[in-house]
Design a binder for this molecule. Structure first.
Ligand code: GTP
Length: 324
């Protein structure tokens, strides 16, 4: 339809569902195909942990300290237009925060296409198999509702972390996805190990477009939008902590194990004094892992914690003790 428009793909999925893992695959694949990708990353915290590790050659824009879909929605359009005009990429990938409302991001992208030759080609939602299974068994709550909305908005659903559930649970999950979004292409994955061609060849017509996109009534839209979000995001909080000192690895692992249940997600870059090297750490839905890194540029030693209703003070106090 729009031959020389830059295709835009949106990656959504709840906190820690595997978006960055998949994005890294997609970027490698784009490189192998000789394509020039650009990326737009959005983080709830004030720093972009993984963004610091992305290859220098890949043009990247960041929206930090909020969620694309609410506080910085205007920024999304601006950043996209700028990214497209300055870098002339072959494809743009947007990774949204895990708490983003997909329909609002879709609105943002389609709005940006009014000002630059961009075309939304795909909304790919990552689903954490084990997390969704647990939420299904509880059967209510804001997180569950948001997960469903993210699932409904997709034209490709990647049921990820299948290594963490039994085959019978997998069947139950597949049935639920079929029920909530019958039109989307469905892929099963562990660590995002899909054939990336499946992302590009899915029919974008199935993307669920905005429910209330009326340019002639901006005030009305705005208030509706703000109202939606005060309900959705009030409960989410994020703590960003910059370490001043190298820290003890054993004490840090213990600290992660003892994180309260209402911290859903943590990640960061830490310098362990006992190994004298830098590590990228990840914590998502009670699982943690560590990857030794040697960044190409200087990076901050920092940790971000995202969850609902946990005590900031207690967390910071524990971090101060680790950092002493
Ligand atoms: N067991 C298992 N772990 C996975 C899988 N995919 C990703 N992970 C791990 O889950 C953690 C979170 O993965 P990310 O790719 O960073 O998740 P994300 O959706 O980008 O996280 P946010 O940006 O914070 O929302 C990391 O430790 C990954 O290594 C999977 O299929 N199975």
């Amino acid at each position: 339809m729009n031959d020389n428009a830059i295709p835009v793909y949106v990656l959504t999925g709840f906190l820690g569902s595997g978006k960055t893992t998949l994005l890294n695959r997609v970027l490698e694949d784009a490189k192998a195909r000789g394509l020039k990708p650009a990326i737009l990353l959005n983080e709830v915290g004030d720093v972009n942990v993984e963004g610091q590790l992305i290859e220098k050659e890949i043009p990247m824009a960041e929206i930090l300290g909020g969620c694309i879909c609410c506080t910085s929605r205007g920024d999304l359009g601006l950043e996209l237009v700028q990214l497209a005009q300055e870098n002339k990429p072959d494809v743009i990938w947007i990774e949204s925060t895990g708490i983003a409302q997909p329909l609002d991001i879709i609105d943002g992208v389609t709005e940006a296409s009014l000002y630059a030759k961009l075309e939304l080609k795909g909304v790919i939602t990552l689903v954490d198999s084990r997390h969704l299974l647990d939420r299904m068994s509880i059967g209510s709550g804001k997180t569950y509702k948001l997960m469903k909305e993210q699932i409904r908005a997709a034209n490709v659903l990647v049921l990820n972390k299948t290594d963490l559930v039994r085959p019978s649970d997998l069947a139950e999950l597949q049935e639920a996805l079929e029920d909530w979004n019958p039109n989307a292409r469905k892929l099963l994955a562990a660590y995002g190990d899909i054939d990336t061609a499946d992302l590009y060849s899915a029919e974008e017509e199935t993307i669920l477009f905005s429910r209330n996109h009326d340019h002639t009534h901006p005030e009305h839209n705005h208030s509706h939008h703000a109202h939606d979000h005060s309900r959705l995001h009030d409960h989410v909080n994020a703590v960003t902590y910059f370490f001043k000192n190298p820290i003890d690895s054993v004490a840090f692992e213990q600290f992660l194990k003892e994180l309260p249940d209402d911290v859903y997600r943590a990640k960061g870059i830490v310098n362990f004094r006992d190994t004298a090297s830098l590590f990228l750490f990840q914590y998502a839905y009670r699982e943690s892992d560590f990857l030794r890194i040697t960044p190409q540029k200087s990076v901050n030693q920092v940790a971000v914690f995202i969850g609902e209703g946990f005590s900031r003070e207690e967390l910071i106090e524990k971090l101060n003790r680790l950092d002493a």
